[in-house]
Structures are given as C-alpha cells and as structure tokens.
Design a binder for this molecule. Structure first.
Ligand code: NAD
Length: 496
C-alpha cells in the first residue's frame, strides 16, 4: 500500500481506481498501541457515495459480472481467496497495526478465515438452485434466483478484514455489485482487499469502497436510491438508525448487531474444557467480539472453585504489544472506546458489584489503549454491567441454582445473539438450547463455526441470517415462473 512520510494513504476505491474524496477531505487513523497516526484516509461524503454507487450500478446494469456463468464468477472468487493467502502476512500486519488484535489471533484465525469465505462462497455460487411446483400436468411453476443489484456493505472495526469478506464474498458470488463502507477506526485492511480485487482482475465497478464516518458516508449510502441491499454489522442503535434512514427507498436489510451472550456452566461439565472455552470466548480478540461470552453463569455448587481457577488463569493472560506473538490481549481500538469500557467500571461499583480483577489500564503499559482483563463479581442480573454490551475484555459472573433460573437470567437481556452451555447431561443441554432466546447455541464448545450454518441473532441482536444458503436468501431475488402445460381455462370477458 502507498505510504507517504511513513503514513498509509487510504483512498476510496471506485471503478477499479484509487481516488481522493470529491471534497478532498481526509482524516487520520491511529495505532491503538500508541495513538499516533498511521494513515491518512479519504473522508467520504454523499458525493463520493454517489460516484461509487453509479460505478456499481453501471457494472450491474451493463457489465459482465451478473451475466457471466456462476462458475466463472467462482473462479474470480477463488483467485481472491488465493491472493488473500498469498498476502496473508501483510494483511495480518495491517490489521494488527490498525486494530490492535494480537498477531497470533489475526495470523492463525481471522485472515485464513477471510480466504475461506471466498473459497466457500465460490463453491456455493455454483450451487444456487430453484424449486419446482408441478401442478397436475396443467402447470409447471418454478423459481429462479437472480442477483438483486447494488449492495451497501457497512462494517464495524472488530476483525474488519474477516467481517468485510464475510459480506463481500456471498454478495459477489450471487452476481451483485457492491459499495463497502468500512468502519472509520479500521480502514487500512479494506484497501488491501481492493488491491487484491485489482490483482484478481475483476471487472471495474463490481467492488467499490467509500471510506468515512457513519453520518457523512454511511448514511448517504443507506439513503441512496441506487442501492437495494444493506448488509450491516455494528451496534444495535446504529442498526435502528439505518432502518429509519433506508425506509423511504425500501431497502432490504441484513442486520448483525450487538450481543450480551451467556456461558452457562453446570457442575457435571468437563470443567477444564469449560474454563478454557469461557476464557477464550471472553478475552480473545481483546474481548471486542460480538459472540463474546461476556456473562458467565456459574452453578452455585461450583461457583467458588471455578471462580478461583478463573481468576488465577485470567490474571496470567499476557497483555501487551499486539505484534508480540506471545501477546494474548492487545490494546482496545480507540481512546474513546477505552473510556467507554473504563466507564463501565464506575457503573459496576456504583451498582454494588465488585471488580475482582483488572478494571483499568495495566500499570506496565502507560500509553496506548490497553485495558487489563477484568472479572466482575457480586453481579445481579438487572445491573447495567449484566445487561449492556461492554465490548472489551470484561467478564461478569452470576451464580444460579436451577436450570430454570439459568434460562431466566440468560434470556433476561435485550440481546439474543449466542449462548454457550457446558454440561455432560445431553438431554439438559438440548432442553436448555431450545429454551434460550438466541440465534446460535454452542454446547460444550466456544464459537467454532461451520460456514454452511446460519449466523445471526434474535431480539436486539439482529434481523435475518447469513451463512450457507441463508446468505443467498438475502443476496438474491427469488422469481417465480408459471408455465401453462395445457391451455388453461380462462374466464372470458367482453364476448358478444
Ligand atoms: P457502529 O454501529 O458504531 O459502526 C458500524 C459501522 O456503521 C461503521 O462503519 C460506521 O461508520 C457505520 N455507521 C455509523 N452510523 C451510521 C449511520 N447513521 N448510517 C450508516 N452507517 C453508519 O459499530 P462499531 O462500534 O464499529 O462495532 C461494534 C459493534 O458491532 C458491537 O455492538 C458488536 O456487537 C457489533 N458486531 C456484531 C456482529 C454480529 O455479527 N452480530 C459482529 C461484529 C460486531
């Protein structure tokens, strides 16, 4: 990527060219480990969005992309997957620099997964099918799935590259074109994807990027009449705002929103596995993860013992330079987010909870947005720290006595993204899973995901599902074709 005076130059990507903002504005992106600038980013406005949507529209209405055989589109997608793996080290480095996620977790997890998204949806593209409804030899009705048009893809700053590919791959596989609006705090790696798209030789206008802030660049994308689809991942309140904003142009939405996910541990669980799973799911990716198990529901019979072992392990988690392969937690994304997470510590104390571990900046890391892994106890379900998404390395622990009580506590939040159940009693595990008001449940495992399965949340965690064929429910238009096999009886009008 282009650099000037040690800063990355992050332009928009429109019609296969890197371009400055129409109004020539820029903003800086910061290194979360130091809060010093690392890049100068095009500050998108409605004029840039319009330019990008027009390019995507042209590519959709006149270009080869929606018209080529699915197998040919699949070849392009596989090429993108190959190039992601070829450039994996550079992408991981950009992601760590821009976001602060530990290199071990970017390199081994998020980046290979991004390539996998392209390989997977390349294959899926060739498997889009329709349905037939034969009717007594008189009619044959059948459905076909067509691309919808131009998609606006709006993404958050946590694991940005992986989440961007999670949207871009199925969107393009189905034959749509798109405008991606990456989060303003993490713009770097999206431009690496643009370079890869160029290297893979995609037709111009198929994939476009407009950088910028939510209100100035995201909102005009949502309101643009040339855009049919909005796939959004981010905060619930932003999702609500987007739905209001797109109502007058009748957008189709996929909404992947916040979570306050519970891990529920019973005494009969493999407690060693449960401990590993709960810690990983709460503190990996700096706790900035929508499927984090940010609430731990512990059965009273094991509360003290499990908590003691948890505190011992969490206090040994290595916080530090995200480029150090030994680091397990890096800095939070931005000082503003650090203050938000830190603010919850005061909220916890004011409500009577006890911060058993962490709760502030680790003393050995005086600069950057580092936050010590934190465990909060003496928590009641109605407290704000048990209800609201903190989105940092913060775990709140609540005791329970019965299955019914665990279900009640787990369900008693506005969100409904995921839950984790740890028990060896299979019947109980299934019973619990069915009673939980969430989109996804893992039994005796952290979030290990099969790309064929539907991903998404219930309640305030989202609308719709993506993954496998569910992605094509969103990214394709279903058309029904009715064919008469014999001349049908038609009521005759206007006969003299
Ligand atoms: P955010 O809602 O602040 O921003 C997300 C994106 O929306 C950014 O690109 C932002 O610029 C844009 N945006 C903001 N206002 C907009 C507007 N009015 N119109 C159009 N676009 C607008 O979220 P964030 O802080 O970047 O990300 C963290 C949130 O994302 C957390 O709540 C987390 O749970 C959620 N998340 C959910 C999933 C999931 O799959 N359910 C996955 C990852 C993150």
């Amino acid at each position: 990527m282009e650099q000037r005076d040690g800063l990355y130059i992050v332009r928009h990507f429109i019609d296969n060219a890197f371009v400055d903002a129409v109004e020539e504005g820029t903003f800086e992106t910061l290194n979360p480990a130091t809060n010093r600038p690392i890049g100068v980013v095009a500050d998108g406005t409605a004029a840039d969005v319009d330019r990008a949507v027009r390019a995507a529209r042209r590519a959709f209405d006149e270009g080869p992309w929606p018209r080529m055989p699915a197998a040919e589109r699949a070849r392009y997608l596989r090429r993108i997957g190959d190039l992601i793996l070829k450039h994996a080290e550079e992408i991981a480095r950009l992601e760590v620099l821009d976001v602060g996620m530990p290199i071990a977790q970017a390199g081994k997890g998020a980046i290979p997964r991004a390539a996998e998204n392209f390989y997977f949806f390349a294959e899926m593209a060739t498997r889009i099918t329709g349905e037939t409804y034969p009717k007594d030899g008189e009619f044959l009705n059948y459905t076909i799935r067509k691309p919808v048009g131009v998609a606006g893809l709006i993404t958050p700053w946590n694991t940005p590259f992986m989440l961007e590919t999670w949207k871009v791959a199925p969107c393009l596989a189905a034959g749509n074109t798109c405008v991606l609006k990456p989060a303003e705090w993490s713009p770097l790696s999206a431009n690496k994807l643009a370079e890869i798209v160029l290297e893979a030789d995609l037709p111009p206008g198929v994939f476009n990027i407009v950088h910028g802030f939510g209100e100035r660049a995201g909102a005009p994308l949502v309101a643009h009449p040339g855009v049919q689809l909005i796939s959004f991942t981010g905060e619930t309140t932003t999702g609500m705002e987007i739905m209001r904003n797109g109502a007058s142009t009748l957008k189709r939405y996929s909404m992947e929103l916040g979570g306050k996910n519970a891990a529920i541990v019973f005494p009969d669980a493999d407690l060693e596995q449960a401990l590993d799973g709960v810690i990983w799911q709460a503190f990996s990716l700096n706790g900035e993860r929508c499927t984090s198990n940010s609430r731990l529901l512990l059965h009273r019979a094991i509360y003290d013992g499990f908590l003691e072992r948890l505190l011992d392990r969490v206090s040994a988690i290595r916080v530090g330079d995200p480029f150090d392969p030994q680091t397990e937690i890096g800095p939070l994304i931005h000082p503003e987010h650090w203050r938000r997470v830190r603010g919850y510590m005061d909220v916890a104390r004011a409500e009577g909870a006890v911060i058993a571990l962490g709760g502030d900046r680790p003393p050995h890391l005086p600069e950057g947005n580092y936050f010590a892994p934190t465990v909060i106890v003496d928590v009641r379900p109605e407290m704000r720290v048990a209800q609201e998404e903190i989105f940092g390395p913060v775990l709140v622990v609540l005791p329970f006595e019965t299955e019914e009580e665990a279900i009640r506590i787990a369900n008693d939040v506005p969100y409904g993204l995921a839950a984790y159940i740890w028990t060896k009693d299979l019947a109980r595990a299934h019973r619990m899973a069915h009673a939980l008001e969430v989109g996804m449940v893992w039994i005796n495992a952290p979030n290990i995901r099969d790309l064929r399965t539907p991903f998404g949340g219930a309640k305030y965690s989202g609308i719709g599902r993506e993954g496998g064929f569910y992605s094509f429910e969103f990214y394709t238009e279903v058309m029904t074709v009715h064919v008469a096999l014999t001349p049908p009886r038609i009521p005759r009008m206007g006969i003299r």
